[in-house]
Design a protein around this ligand. Structure first.
Ligand code: NAP
Length: 319
């Protein structure tokens, strides 16, 4: 993260104070990238909590009130409600403001938000590819975006200066920023994020259905791999429901490819084809090493989890 002498934005409005909204708020506070944060949330309880933990300079009672005179507005809400949220504040936007979002799917968000926005603002959709399985205003932390990617998907014809200003904003929060078309983003994320989540949701569900026979064993031996799926499968149900509903075509394409590959591995196991299995696992191991060398994960064993301390038996008193 870069601490700035001069804020890049005078006032940022954050609509939604869940994990991503509260992390952006914390990141702005840590870097000084904006002069003032005005934030809001649909829930009175979350607005009260946000005041209590000091997430913003001012907590507004509505999104319409929050966006007044802001030069950057970021909708931090589930993909499925981005359209209605944009509609709720559209007529209150200051001319020249940059309007953005953080949704994990982009083409559907562009289609839902853009029709509501006046021609006098710049619409630059964004997706910070960073998260945890936690939700809510207490889940946020300033470093969430450090060394993670943030993808901007400005529609054709978007003002280049507005795109550049948003790039600088995310860069100040520590992210590496890339620009691509919304449809391309959705295909890339379908394989790198959406399909892995679907597989985790499936495998954890399957283990749960086997529960009556193996429940205690599933939990007891979870460190064998299952535990890492359970972390992904604990992600927010609303967010992920919306991802699969709005990125349907790309996910179904990738799922088709995945099912073909799964059939190939199934056949190799059935036929005892060790060479095919070995060749496949060698190829996938190289991909893991590539991710680590790009600084996108831990090289330490067990994802860097600290080893459990060994229980040291009480020393017998020396005689
Ligand atoms: P979150 O912690 O569950 O927060 C969701 C926020 O959206 C809350 O402020 C919630 O309000 C608000 N919201 C939900 N339904 C709403 C509605 N109908 N109208 C208005 N506001 C509504 O989720 P999050 O992880 O911050 O996700 C927010 C966005 O970030 C999503 O679009 C998601 O795709 C994207 N994203 C998430 C991750 C991740 O790993 N979590 C990573 C990158 C991008 P309440 O406080 O009232 O519940």
């Amino acid at each position: 993260m870069v601490e700035l002498d001069q804020p890049l934005f005078r006032r940022v409005a954050l609509i939604g104070l869940g994990l991503i909204g509260s992390s952006i708020a914390r990141g702005i506070q840590a870097t000084g990238v904006a002069g003032e944060i005005v934030a809001t949330d649909r829930s009175p309880e979350v607005r009260a909590r946000a005041r209590e933990i000091g997430l913003a300079d001012r907590i507004a009672e509505s999104s319409a009130e929050a966006v007044e005179e802001a030069d950057l507005v970021i909708a931090c809400v589930p993909v499925g409600v981005c359209g209605e949220v944009a509609e709720s504040f559209a007529t209150h936007l200051a001319p020249g403001a940059i309007v953005s979002d953080v949704g994990s799917v982009k083409a559907a968000v562009v289609a839902a938000m853009q029709p509501h926005l006046p021609a006098s603002v710049h619409f630059v959709p964004a997706h910070p590819v960073a998260g945890t399985e936690d939700s809510g205003p207490d889940a946020g932390f300033a470093e969430l975006f450090v060394n993670r990617w943030c993808v901007l998907t400005p529609p054709a014809g978007t003002d280049a200066l507005a795109v550049e200003r948003l790039r600088q904003f995310w860069s100040a929060l520590g992210a590496n920023v890339e620009t691509m078309e919304a449809e391309h983003h959705d295909r890339v994320l379908a394989i790198t994020s959406h399909l892995p989540h679907l597989i985790a949701y499936t495998i954890v569900g399957t283990a749960d259905e086997l529960g009556s026979v193996t429940e205690s064993e599933v939990l007891k031996f979870s460190a064998g791999g299952f535990r890492d799926f359970t972390r992904i499968a604990a992600s927010d149900p609303t967010m992920w429901r919306d991802v699969f509903l709005t990125n349907k075509d790309a996910v179904l394409d990738m799922l088709g490819e995945f099912q073909e590959d799964l059939s190939k591995l199934t056949r190799a196991i059935r036929r005892g084809d060790g060479d095919a299995l070995f060749e496949h696992f060698t190829r996938t191991r190289a991909i893991r090493r590539g991710i680590v060398s790009l600084g996108q994960d831990e090289a330490r064993p067990n994802f860097g989890r600290p080893a459990a301390p060994l229980a040291v038996p009480d020393k017998a008193p020396s005689k």
